[in-house]
Design a protein around this ligand. Structure first.
Ligand code: ACO
Length: 321
């Protein structure tokens, strides 16, 4: 059975508080915190790209497990902000940066659900016997793709990376995940230009994140509840057995609404968007690494991770710590 061996995280040094944003757009700390639960976010230095953050998070996970990088069979990077458009993959850059000379590497693109998809991919590789040690990283540099003049989006995002190292165990493990997509909602959250649909930028801001916030909000509340109940039902486990639910950290109001629908207290969900904002594919591994460092996770705890985001994509993982 696959099992978590260790975690790691890296966030850039630069902290941007909400009040700094009120110098860029018409907003305030009070509005941002009351509408999102976000107080601050980390911003990558000019010389840092997504793979740099990912390597630092991955190195920490390898050191904590005492595993040499050459023992990795696979490096997966969940990201929507790759170093380069399309290729080379950020995962290949990370594989090289870590010195994982015997590993395959590829990126997983499922926006804020990317880490949930990546964790299931790692589980499947290990169950199939194709890989023994898989390093799963969520890493993002959203500060490079948000329009800092658009108050609807720039207040929400931050930069960071989290890593989870998976290996083998006889006594604990991962259950099959629940993964879904509703591609008909793709236009509610996208970067309109810069890909093959509209190859050349049609305007100064068209390759930035464009979002219908209310549509994404309504979608998120619905699919968080469905994903949690589905992954539990499929694996014959109950909600009251789950020690921690680790949701994608987009907005505390989204998590609060989902908690109410599930008739659960908010403190069953781990939340850290106050300090890091929405780091997209990195929020869940950042949360797991932070919980691990704080000693909040004990061997045998049942953990449920749930993600949602552009695609529109969503899903949940269930595993024993
Ligand atoms: N500061 C001050 N006022 C603002 C700001 C801001 N930053 N942003 C919007 N407003 C104003 C609006 O203009 C509007 O004013 P009006 O009533 O005069 O028109 C008012 O505040 C309310 O706007 P709403 O859009 O209704 O605000 P809402 O309460 O819905 O919050 C938010 C907006 C925070 C974006 C919310 O809709 C949300 O969190 N949506 C989900 C977004 C999300 O999670 N995206 C990431 C998905 S993950 C991924 O894959 C990348």
């Amino acid at each position: 059975m696959p099992r978590v061996l260790s975690t790691g995280m890296y966030v850039p040094e630069r902290i941007m508080e909400n009040h700094e944003l009120s110098g860029l757009v018409d907003t305030s700390d009070e509005w941002i915190y009351s509408h999102t639960g976000i107080r601050r976010r980390r911003i990558a230095a000019d010389h840092q790209a997504t793979s740099d953050l990912a390597v630092l998070a991955g190195e920490q996970a390898l050191i904590r497990a005492g595993l040499p990088a050459e023992n990795l069979d696979l490096v997966l990077v969940a990201t929507s902000t790759p170093d380069y458009l399309g290729f080379p993959s950020t995962a290949s850059l990370v594989q090289h940066g870590l010195g994982a000379s015997k590993a395959g590497a590829f990126d997983i693109s499922a926006a804020c659900t990317g880490f949930v998809y990546a964790l299931e991919t790692a589980r499947a590789f290990i169950v199939a016997g194709t890989a023994r040690h898989v390093l799963v990283i969520g890493a993002e540099t959203f500060s490079r793709i948000v329009n800092w003049k658009d108050r609807n989006t720039c207040i929400l995002f931050g930069d960071g990376a989290g890593a989870v190292l998976l290996g083998h165990s006889d006594d604990a493990g991962f259950y099959p995940s629940y993964l879904r997509s509703e591609g008909e909602g793709g236009s509610s959250l996208l970067r309109p230009t810069g890909g093959t649909r509209v190859p050349k930028s049609t305007g100064p801001d068209s390759s930035f994140v464009a979002m219908d916030g209310r549509a994404v909000y309504a979608f998120a509340i619905r699919v968080i509840k469905d994903s949690i109940l589905e992954v539990l039902a499929r694996n014959g486990r109950r909600l009251d057995e789950v020690k921690w639910i680790v949701p994608h950290q987009a907005n505390v109001r989204i998590v609060d609404s989902a908690a109410k629908r599930l008739e659960l207290p908010l403190d069953r969900f781990y939340l850290n968007m106050e300090d890091y904002a929405n780091t997209s594919g990195a929020t869940i591994p950042l949360a797991l690494a932070e919980m691990d460092a704080k000693g909040l996770l004990s061997r045998g705890d049942l953990v449920l991770t749930v993600g949602f985001g552009a695609g529109l994509s969503y899903g949940a993982n269930l595993f024993t710590w």
